[in-house]
Each structure stands twice: as structure tokens, then as C-alpha cells.
Design a protein around this ligand. Structure first.
Ligand code: G3H
Ligand code: 13P
Ligand code: ZN
Length: 326
């Protein structure tokens, strides 16, 4: 285990104040996952240029891929890079889908300013107990905690599965009170990855369950709500991937107008990972197909990074409404 460090010494902030402003202002803070240098450079460049607060999000898998010490220094570099760009934007370093108290503790010790404890697969009482334990530890260090109620799954589930899958509005008030969480991820029809809805020929994407979102809002007015699985699965990238040797038939995501509607509500954090992955993969495939002799990674990773910057700027400006809110 490497030395303990506080996020405050790294120039990071927790999510409390930016969420409060986002709920009042009717916009959402972007939470972008990153695993490598180019993704982090793109996120910081785009958020600095659009003057958007940002949540840099790291999954358990990303943490073991990139090395926890490396990530701490990358986050410090990201803060400094934004400053040097003349953009003093709030930057949160957040653990995505933490699955144990020990992992959350370890992230807090290595400089994360926010953690998610995802007990959504556990029985309700166990989810409450685990989340509460993480909150009690995290709050000693002024680190904010995201919990989750309801399991993200496909929209094709039958009625019985629907009941146990979507967030049950009657549970949210009790969960928030008992755990002391700072924000709550809910399940209203999104899912992770690039295949969110199974559509038959001629069918369009079904709407998210805004009725469930509204019921949750009524129970916990003004409380920060989080939307996972919120990539739109940009069809231009899917087409490029398929054109240049990939195979991603039937990939589909959440339409932008639905995300805009969510962002205007108490949803104050929108998680995006898959769209970034698609942008990077599409551009690398295109680059190498058009220039098969190129072997300098800066060339094709540079093209991918450029695309990622414009994707993130678009999200901040036109989908989440976070541009100019730093
Ligand atoms: O919600 C999951 C994120 O997209 C991270 O995915 O666990 O493959 O890093 P990962
Ligand atoms: P997507 O797979 O839709 O990008 O969702 C990412 C996410 O929820 C990360 O926690
Ligand atoms: Zn997620």
C-alpha cells in the first residue's frame, strides 16, 4: 500500500457543492470514465474549454489496469493541466461501482474525493448496512458517497423482473435517511454498455421511466439523483466501426433528448463511458484502415483523442447543459 493522501491536497473537490448547484440549475454534471492518458487529456481539455465541472470516474477494473499510484498522479496532473489552460474548473475524482468497504477505503486513502458503493445487487437491508458503513468512514474525510437502489437491466424484462429491477420509489426516502448518502443512483430503464435495448425491425427506443424518476423526486425533493448507463451509443461511431472491420450490429443507446429531460430534473450526474469507447475505437479503426503502414501510436491515438474532445464538448454543451457552469 502506498502513502495516504487527501484529495484536498491534490486540488480536487467532493461532489456536494457542484451537485447542489446542478439540481437548482437544472443541468447535470458529466461523469466520464477513464483508463488511460489520452482519455484523461480529452476529458480535461473538453471540460476546460467548455468551462464545465467534471467527475473523473474510475472503475475497479480501471484501477487495476492503470495502477492506483499512477492514477493519483494522473489526477494531480489533470488538475494542473486545467489550471494551465486558464480553467479553474471543479474536478472530482470518483470511484465508479465500488463493490466493497475495503475498496472504497483504499480509494479514499489514495486521494479520491468521492466514492460509489454499489450494493444494488444485495438484499435491501444489506445494501443499507454496507452503504452506511462506507458513508461513516468517508464523511470523516469529507469524501462524498453515491449509493444505488434498483438494478440496471434490459428493458425487455418481464413484469416480475421489472418490479425487482427498477428502483422502487417507496424505498428511496428510507434508504437516504438510514445511510446518509450524498447522492443516489436509480434504475429507470438505462443499462450499461452499447446494447441497451433489443429493438425489432422498425421499432424505436422506448422512453425511460420518467414516471419512476418523478415518484423518486417526490419522496426526496431536491436530493441529487444519478443516472448510470447514459451513453447514447452514437450511431455514426457504430457505422464507422462496422465499415472498418468491426462488428457491432444492433448497438443502441439512450436518445439525447431523453438525457436532456433527465438533466433538467434532480438528475445531477450522468455517467458516460461507452460513447467514449466507441469514439476511440471508431477513429482508430478508421485511421489504420486508411493508413495501414502507420505504426506510431501518437498518430491513431491522437486522432481518437481529437474525436473524444469534440464528443465531450458536444455532451457538455448540448446534452447535459454543464458548459459554462464551472
Ligand atoms: O459501469 C461501468 C463502467 O462502464 C466501467 O466499466 O468495469 O469495464 O471499467 P469497466
Ligand atoms: P454507459 O455504458 O452507458 O456509458 O454507462 C457508463 C456508466 O454507467 C458507468 O458507471
Ligand atoms: Zn454505471
Amino acid at each position: 500500500m502506498s502513502e495516504t493522501v487527501s484529495y484536498k491536497d491534490l486540488g480536487l473537490v467532493n461532489s456536494r457543492e457542484i451537485f447542489r448547484k446542478a439540481v437548482v440549475g437544472g443541468y447535470a454534471i458529466p461523469a466520464y470514465n477513464f483508463n488511460n492518458l489520452e482519455q484523461l487529456q480529452a476529458i480535461i481539455t473538453a471540460c476546460a474549454e467548455t468551462r464545465s465541472p467534471v467527475i473523473l470516474q474510475i472503475s475497479k477494473g480501471a484501477r487495476s489496469y492503470a495502477n492506483e499510484t499512477m492514477l493519483r498522479y494522473m489526477a494531480t496532473g489533470a488538475v494542473q493541466m486545467a489550471k494551465e489552460m486558464g480553467a479553474d474548473i471543479p474536478i472530482v475524482l470518483h470511484l465508479d461501482h465500488g463493490d466493497s468497504f475495503e475498496l472504497c477505503k483504499s480509494c479514499i486513502e489514495s486521494g479520491f474525493s468521492s466514492v460509489m458503493i454499489d450494493g444494488s445487487h444485495l438484499p435491501y437491508d444489506e445494501n443499507v448496512a454496507l452503504t452506511r458503513k462506507v458513508v461513516e468512514y468517508a464523511h470523516q474525510y469529507d469524501v462524498t458517497v453515491e449509493g444505488e437502489l434498483g438494478v440496471l437491466a434490459g428493458i425487455e424484462d418481464d413484469v416480475v423482473a421489472e418490479k425487482s429491477t427498477y428502483t422502487q420509489p417507496d424505498e428511496v426516502e428510507d434508504f437516504v435517511k438510514k445511510t446518509g448518502v450524498d447522492s443516489l443512483a436509480i434504475s429507470i430503464g438505462t443499462s450499461h454498455g452499447a446494447y441497451k435495448f433489443k429493438l425489432k425491425e422498425g421499432e424505436s427506443v422506448p422512453p425511460l421511466r420518467f414516471d419512476i424518476l418523478e415518484e423518486c423526486e417526490k419522496r426526496i425533493p431536491g436530493f441529487p439523483i444519478v443516472l448510470h448507463g447514459a451513453s447514447s451509443v452514437v450511431q455514426a461511431y457504430v457505422a464507422l466501426i462496422n465499415q472498418y472491420g468491426g462488428k457491432m450490429d444492433g448497438a443502441v443507446g439512450v436518445p439525447e433528448d431523453q438525457l436532456r429531460r433527465a438533466a433538467a430534473s434532480s438528475v445531477c450526474k450522468i455517467n458516460i463511458d461507452s460513447d467514449g469507447r466507441l469514439a476511440v475505437t471508431a477513429k482508430i479503426r478508421e485511421y489504420l484502415a486508411n493508413d495501414p503502414g502507420e505504426f506510431d501510436p501518437r498518430k491513431y491515438l491522437g486522432a481518437a483523442r481529437k474525436e473524444l474532445i469534440s464528443l465531450i464538448k458536444h455532451k457538455n454543451v448540448a446534452v447535459l447543459g454543464s458548459a459554462g457552469k464551472a
